[in-house]
Each structure stands twice: as structure tokens, then as C-alpha cells.
Design a protein around this ligand. Structure first.
Ligand code: F6R
Length: 243
């Protein structure tokens, strides 16, 4: 595991964008696993800037997102599909038909999840998976207690995740209670994993993830067993880790 210390959110975003750019340059038809949330917004901005400068070409890239709220349509401005279009896809030359997000409108959970596992398998596998870290150690929407061997599945969101995500909705009551998410098994099958972490509020969980026991109680702790993980975290997020 490689840990890069960034000065702040901006620096974290540049470093993460550099790693993603390297992946695209080395393998133009790569498969990127992507995330939503506050952590990757700056990374996506930086990628857009380099695309606009002519330094990056997304035309052959495939992207597969981690998760989507169950029940939200792609047009809903709270859906993760909308987030991805707005924060990245609409600003680069990626072929939208090769950008995948779980189908939040599919009410048959088994079908939605099987379809998504097939998309991942048919892509040939994820070359680089970008992850943010939840305050409770979740990755994707794999909440504490989830079995490590799961593939894409439907989850009930925990109170802490609903609380953390309510900032994007008009009220807490509007936050969907379920989501489709890639499972830990899908994530661990990615060839490389890049985790970005920013802010003091993530310092305690980041320490547990990196140095605590590997346990489903801290889903991201399983990353200790992956052979190609890069963490890019800012000083505030690394503040509890002995240097
Ligand atoms: C997003 C996702 C989540 C977030 C995590 C951190 O697609 O799957 O696991 O990465 O909740 O969210 P932020 O970055 O908003 O702190």
C-alpha cells in the first residue's frame, strides 16, 4: 500500500487526477471504477481541465460507478447518474454509452444487481477503482457488517450514511433508504485501487482502516489485503497517523 500525503483537498485532487491520468495514458481503453460524493469533485475538475488543455483523451475509456440510490431516476438531480454527468461526463469526450451506473429505476433488485455484475464482467474488469471513504468506514454503500464476499447488491442505508448524505437533499426524509452498490468482492477484484480522503473528520476512521483489524465492522479495512492500493489523503485526514 502506498500512502501519499497531500497538503489539502486541492493538492489531494491534483495527485489523484495525476494517477487517473497516468492510467488513461498507459491504457487508453481502460475501465475506470468511479465514485460520487464530495471527495472526487476536485479530482474530476482537474481531469476536465487537463482534457480541455488537450492532455487527456477519454474517447476509449469505459467507466463503471460504484453505486446508485434505488428509486431515483437518472434525471433526478440527487441521483448519482446526474452527479456523474454534471461533474465529469458532460465535460469530457467520454462515450456516454460506455458509462455505467446501477439502474436506480429497476425495482427488481435481483435483476438490477445481476445486470450490473454482468456489465462489470463483460468490461473485462476494472483497471483502476476510485474510492471515497465513509465516516463509518464504508466503501461504495457497503456499510459496516456487510459480508466481504458480496457482489452488487441492494443495501439499506445506515442512519450515519443518511445523516451524512442529507446535505444533498431538501430534507433528511428525502434521502432514499436503499441503494444498489458494487460489493466488496467487485471492489477487491479491481486491478488497482485509489482511495482519496480529506479532512479531520475522516482522521479516526482512516487510522482504523489502515492500521486496525480487518473486519466487516470497518468495510474499508479489507483494502489492507489488496495488492495494489494507493491512498491519497490530506494532512488533516492523516493527522492521527504517526509519521
Ligand atoms: C460514493 C460512495 C461513497 C462515498 C463516501 C464518502 O459513490 O460510494 O462510499 O465515497 O460516502 O463520501 P464523501 O466523499 O462525500 O465524503
Amino acid at each position: 500500500m502506498i500512502i501519499y500525503k497531500a497538503a489539502d483537498y486541492h493538492d489531494m485532487s491534483r495527485k489523484a487526477a495525476n494517477i487517473i491520468s497516468a492510467q488513461i495514458i498507459m491504457k487508453p481503453d481502460c475501465v475506470l471504477g468511479l465514485a460520487t460524493g464530495s471527495s472526487p469533485v476536485g479530482t474530476y475538475k482537474q481531469l476536465i481541465e487537463w482534457y480541455e488543455k488537450g492532455d487527456l483523451d477519454f474517447s476509449k475509456v469505459t467507466s463503471i460507478n460504484l453505486d446508485e440510490y434505488k428509486g431515483l431516476s437518472p434525471d433526478s438531480d440527487q441521483s448519482y447518474r446526474y452527479f456523474m454527468n454534471n461533474n465529469l461526463f458532460d465535460h469530457i469526450n467520454i462515450d456516454k454509452s460506455r458509462t455505467f451506473v446501477p439502474n436506480g429505476l429497476e425495482s427488481d433488485a435481483r435483476k438490477a444487481c445481476n445486470d450490473y455484475n454482468n456489465i462489470i464482467a463483460n468490461s473485462g474488469g476494472i483497471d483502476l477503482q476510485l474510492l471515497g471513504l465513509g465516516h463509518n468506514g464504508h466503501i461504495g454503500f457497503n456499510e459496516p457488517g456487510e459480508a466481504f464476499e458480496k457482489e452488487t447488491h441492494c443495501v439499506n442505508l445506515t442512519e450515519s450514511t443518511i445523516e451524512a448524505n442529507k446535505r444533498f437533499f431538501a430534507s433528511e426524509a428525502d434521502v432514499p433508504r436503499q441503494a444498489y452498490t458494487m460489493g466488496i468482492k467487485n471492489i477487491m477484484q479491481a486491478k488497482k485501487i485509489l482511495v482519496i480522503v480529506s479532512g479531520e473528520s475522516k482522521a479516526a476512521i482512516l487510522k482504523e482502516v489502515l492500521y486496525g483489524p480487518i473486519t466487516p465492522a470497518v468495510p474499508a479495512s479489507i483494502l489492507q489485503l489488496h495488492n495494489d492500493v494507493t491512498i491519497v489523503a490530506d494532512e488533516a485526514a492523516l493527522s492521527l497517523i504517526p509519521q
